[in-house]
Each structure stands twice: as structure tokens, then as C-alpha cells.
Design a protein around this ligand. Structure first.
Ligand code: UDP
Ligand code: MG
Length: 318
């Protein structure tokens, strides 16, 4: 069986060689079991020497494929490129920063042999701040009520996928990619196991609060139009409330006459409604924005240099 390791790398010059060493160790252990391994490294437009390191690795190891983007297209695009260039019977997606321990590959393969098409690693949130852990928990509760696919806190992109899962994921050509959700969407029998995630050795996470927020919104909005519907419900509720309140005020004025000019009430009503309207406009805008990107049909990424052949589709772009 051929196993493909897919690893997106963005400014990982400090660790990518270490990472490959660790993978090689695992590959050697797997060889007697009849498993071959290839590595697909996607350089996501790094500004450091990541590409040079990858080229060097490829020179010494024929199992190394690298794909280098013309600029930083984001991890989702890098994952897509990796999957397109992977030719294995099963594909393992992992981060190049050694936060996903390569020792776990054995465990994943064992579970694969039990017949699972997807083996997902669920990380404990070691090294994450209290704030991030709490927001993540809250987010997953919210998201699972709203979207059709089930997303689990701690289950990320670190997972093994069988060929048929990879092929199914590659069929999904949408521009706004939320891989976790796409992987869940394709289905097939899957299982989850827990691991303690390592704390980052070099560099720092490229996720800022803002990028996490945007990633979270992608997850919410990519799978159905329930938020649009929720905005509609909210608007209807408010309309009914406003109607009742108006009736009450008019009745009150008829019976008691007008005493105080309802300054506070007016200000409150206006600001509250303006807020709600802005939210709804935002929701609509989000979906429109998505349509805009889909309609343009631009490639997900552009390749600057590679030693790999794509398994399907165009040669230079995705
Ligand atoms: N990554 C990427 N493109 C980006 C940002 C990150 O390919 O624009 C890669 C990065 O090199 C790493 C993985 O995605 O292998 C996860 O990134 P990071 O460690 O910053 O995220 P975290 O571990 O905090 O989720
Ligand atoms: Mg990381």
C-alpha cells in the first residue's frame, strides 16, 4: 500500500527538515509491513527558505514531492494542492510544524486496517490559552446547531483518508474551502482517537484572533443558508414586537393622553433596529460575497515550482 503524507508549509524552514526526518523514521518502520510512503510538501508561498529546504530534501529522497505556490494562498489551498498531487492509496494530512506527532501514523494505519475510511485525530488543547479553549467550545456548540455536517472540537485536518474519500473531496471544487467541513460532508465510515498535541517548537502560530474569527465564519456559512433564514426569523419576531408595542403606545395615548415625549424609547428602538438590520445585511453580504468568488471561478492556487505531477486536472493551477 502506498501512503501519501500531505503537509502544508508556510515559513517552516526551521522545522521542515526535522519533520521529514521523523517521517522517514516512520517510513522505515512501515517498509517491512509492505507499506511504501511518499511525501507531498506544499510550500504556501513562504517568505523564508522553505522552498530551498524542500528542493534539497527532494534531491536526496526520491519519495519527496514538493509544490510551491506563487504566493501565500492559505492553508486550505495548500491542502487542496497536496491532495491533488498525492497518489497514495491513503493520504495522511498533517502540519509540518511537528504539532501532529508522526508516531501516530502507525495508529492511524491500524485503524484503517479495521476498515475505516477516515481516521481523525482529536487533540487535547494543551498549550492553548483559556480564552481560545473557551471560545472554541462555544463556537462548536453554536456551529453544530446551525450546519448540516458534524464538526467536533479538537478534530482538525490531522487525519487519514482512504483514496475514495480523497477522490470525493477533490470532486468538491468550491472556492471557499472549509476542509474540516468538507471532510465531514463526504461521510464514509470514520473513527476518532485522542492525542496530546505538542506545543509548537519554532516560530509561532500564524492564526491571529482575526483569522480565527474569519475561519469560524467560513465554517458557519459554507454549508447551508440557515443563517439567512435565522435573520429572517429575527426580523419577523421584531416586527411582531414592534407592532404590539405600537398598539400599546397608541392605546395608552388615547386613554391617558401624551405626557412625556418618548425620547428614550425612540432612541432605543432606532438603535436596536439599526443593529439588527446591519446584521442581516451582513449575513446577506456574506452569501453574496461567496457567490461572487464562486462565479469568478479563479483557480485556488498558482504553482511556481514543482517536481510532482498532478493526479488529475490542470497542470499549473487549481
Ligand atoms: N500554513 C500554510 N499556509 C498558511 C498558514 C499556515 O500552509 O497561510 C501551514 C503551516 O505551515 C502549518 C499548518 O498550516 O504546517 C498549520 O499552521 P499553524 O501551525 O500556523 O496553525 P495552528 O497549528 O496554530 O493551527
Ligand atoms: Mg501548528
Amino acid at each position: 500500500m502506498l501512503i501519501s503524507i500531505v503537509a502544508p508549509c508556510y515559513n517552516e524552514e526551521a522545522v521542515v527538515a526535522r519533520f521529514h526526518e521523523e517521517i522517514q523514521k516512520v517510513a522505515e518502520e512501515l517498509l517491512p509491513l509492505g507499506h511504501d510512503m511518499e511525501c507531498v510538501y506544499v510550500d504556501d508561498g513562504s517568505r523564508d527558505r522553505t522552498l530551498a529546504v524542500l528542493k534539497q530534501l527532494a534531491e536526496f529522497d526520491a519519495r519527496v514531492r514538493y509544490v510551491s505556490f506563487s504566493r501565500n494562498f492559505g492553508k486550505e489551498a495548500a491542502l487542496l494542492a497536496g491532495l491533488r498531487h498525492a497518489s497514495g492509496d491513503c493520504v495522511i494530512v498533517m502540519d509540518a510544524d511537528l504539532q501532529h506527532p508522526p508516531e501516530l501514523i502507525r495508529r492511524m494505519l491500524d485503524l484503517r486496517e479495521q476498515g475505516y475510511d477516515q481516521v481523525m485525530a482529536r487533540r487535547t488543547r494543551t498549550g492553548d490559552g483559556l480564552m481560545r479553549t473557551a471560545t472554541a467550545r462555544l463556537y462548536y456548540r453554536l456551529v453544530n446547531r446551525l450546519v448540516d455536517v458534524e464538526l467536533v472540537d479538537g478534530v482538525g485536518d490531522f487525519r487519514l483518508m482512504s483514496r475514495r474519500v480523497v477522490d470525493a473531496v477533490l470532486e468538491l471544487t468550491e472556492y471557499n474551502r472549509f476542509s474540516k467541513g468538507l471532510f465531514a460532508w463526504v461521510g464514509f465510515p470514520g473513527t476518532t482517537f485522542e492525542y496530546e498535541n505538542a506545543v509548537r517548537l519554532h516560530g509561532r502560530s500564524s492564526w491571529s484572533f482575526r483569522s480565527l474569527l474569519n475561519y469560524g465564519l467560513d465554517g458557519l456559512l459554507s454549508f447551508n443558508n440557515r443563517p439567512l433564514r435565522a435573520a429572517l426569523h429575527l426580523g419577523l419576531c421584531l416586527l411582531v414586537c414592534a407592532g404590539l408595542y405600537t398598539a400599546w403606545i397608541v392605546g395608552d395615548a388615547l386613554v391617558n393622553g401624551v405626557e412625556t415625549p418618548g425620547y428614550v424609547t425612540i432612541v432605543m428602538a432606532v438603535t436596536a433596529l439599526a443593529g439588527v438590520q446591519m446584521i442581516m445585511l451582513g449575513v446577506i453580504g456574506e452569501y453574496t460575497g461567496r457567490i461572487y468568488y464562486e462565479v469568478k471561478g479563479r483557480p485556488h492556487f498558482l504553482v511556481k515550482a514543482t517536481n510532482a505531477e498532478q493526479t488529475e486536472g490542470h497542470a499549473a493551477c487549481g
